[in-house]
Design a protein around this ligand. Structure first.
Ligand code: IPE
Ligand code: IPE
Ligand code: MG
Length: 246
C-alpha cells in the first residue's frame, strides 16, 4: 500500500471531501509501560508521532487536523505526569513554531486554556498569532478540552447574546448555535481516528461528530505511523455517507 503522498491520494482525498480529521491520540502510557519505562516517555514518543502525522496531513492537503492532547478529565492523573505533559506541550510549541511557518500551518488551540499557567497561556497566544496568516493546514489542538465543556460554554454565550438582545430564542437554530462552539471557524469533522484500542469518545467532540466516520485501531499512538494513517483514510474512502438520506 502506498502511504507516501501521491498525487492520486491527494486527488482522492479531495474528491471524497475528506477535509477535517480529528485524532484521539491514545496509548502513550501503555506503550511506555510495556517497555518498563515511565509513562512520560510514552508521551514524548507520542509527540514524535504527532509530528509525522502532521507532515502527512500537510503533504496530502488535508485542510484541518485536530489533535486531542489533553482532556478535562486528564487532570485526575498523578501530579508528576501532568507536570510532564505541560512541559512537553510548552516544549512542543516552542520547538515547532519555525516548522509551522515553514509548512504554512496555522495553529489553533481549543479548550479551556485558562487553567494553564500564565507562561503557557501566553505562549499559546504567541504561536497562534505568529501563524495566523498561514493558509495551509489548520492544526487544531484540543487542550484541556471536553465536548460537554464546549457545549456548556456555547450555551452560556448564546444566553448572553439573547440577554443583550442580539438574538431571539426563536432564532436559535442548529446552524447558528454551532457558531458559539469552540470549533465555530472550522469545518465539520469528517473522520475521527482513535488509537490505543478503546472504542469510546472520552468526552472529545460530541456535537461536532454527529455525522463523522469513526475509525478505531488497537495500535498505540507512539507506534502509529503514516501508513496506519493512510489505512484510516482508506477506510474513510470505503464509507458511503448518507447524512440520513438514501
Ligand atoms: C494519551 O495517552 C495521551 C493523553 C491522554 C495525554 P494515555 O496517556 O492515555 O495512554 P494510555 O491510554 O494510558 O496508554
Ligand atoms: C482520551 O484518552 C484523551 C486524550 C487522548 C487526550 P484518555 O486515556 O484520557 O481516555 P480514557 O480515560 O481511556 O477514556
Ligand atoms: Mg489513555
Amino acid at each position: 500500500m502506498l502511504y507516501k503522498s501521491s498525487l492520486k491520494n491527494r486527488q482522492k482525498i479531495k474528491e471524497e471531501n475528506l477535509r477535517h480529521v480529528a485524532i484521539i491520540m491514545d496509548g502513550n502510557g501503555r506503550w511506555a509501560e510495556k517497555r518498563g519505562k515511565i509513562r512520560t516517555l510514552g508521551h514524548k514518543e507520542g509527540f514524535k508521532t504527532a509530528r509525522k502525522i502532521v507532515k502527512f496531513a500537510v503533504e496530502n492537503n488535508i485542510e484541518i487536523l485536530t489533535l486531542y492532547v489533553f482532556s478535562k478529565e486528564n487532570w485526575k492523573r498523578p501530579k508528576l505526569e501532568i507536570i510532564a505533559l505541560m512541559k512537553l506541550f510548552f516544549f512542543a510549541l516552542k520547538s515547532e513554531i519555525k516548522n509551522l511557518n515553514k509548512y504554512n500551518i496555522r495553529l489553533k488551540i481549543i479548550g479551556d486554556i485558562s487553567s494553564f499557567n500564565e507562561r503557557l497561556q501566553n505562549y499559546i497566544y504567541k504561536v497562534e498569532k505568529k501563524t495566523l496568516n498561514n493558509t495551509g493546514l489548520i492544526l487544531n489542538i484540543a487542550a484541556n478540552y471536553s465536548g460537554r465543556w464546549d457545549i456548556t460554554q456555547g450555551v452560556k454565550k448564546v444566553i448572553k447574546a439573547v440577554q443583550k438582545g442580539f438574538l431571539n430564542i426563536e432564532q436559535i437554530q442548529e446552524q447558528n448555535f454551532s457558531q458559539y462552539l469552540s470549533t465555530s471557524e472550522l469545518l465539520p469533522v469528517d473522520l475521527v481516528v482513535r488509537t490505543g484500542g478503546e472504542k469510546r469518545i472520552s468526552n472529545f467532540f460530541l456535537w461536532q461528530i454527529a455525522y463523522s466516520e469513526l475509525y478505531f485501531t488497537d495500535i498505540l499512538w507512539p507506534d502509529f505511523n503514516q501508513r496506519d494513517f493512510q489505512h484510516a483514510i482508506n477506510y474513510f474512502f470505503t464509507r458511503e455517507r448518507r447524512f440520513g438520506g438514501i
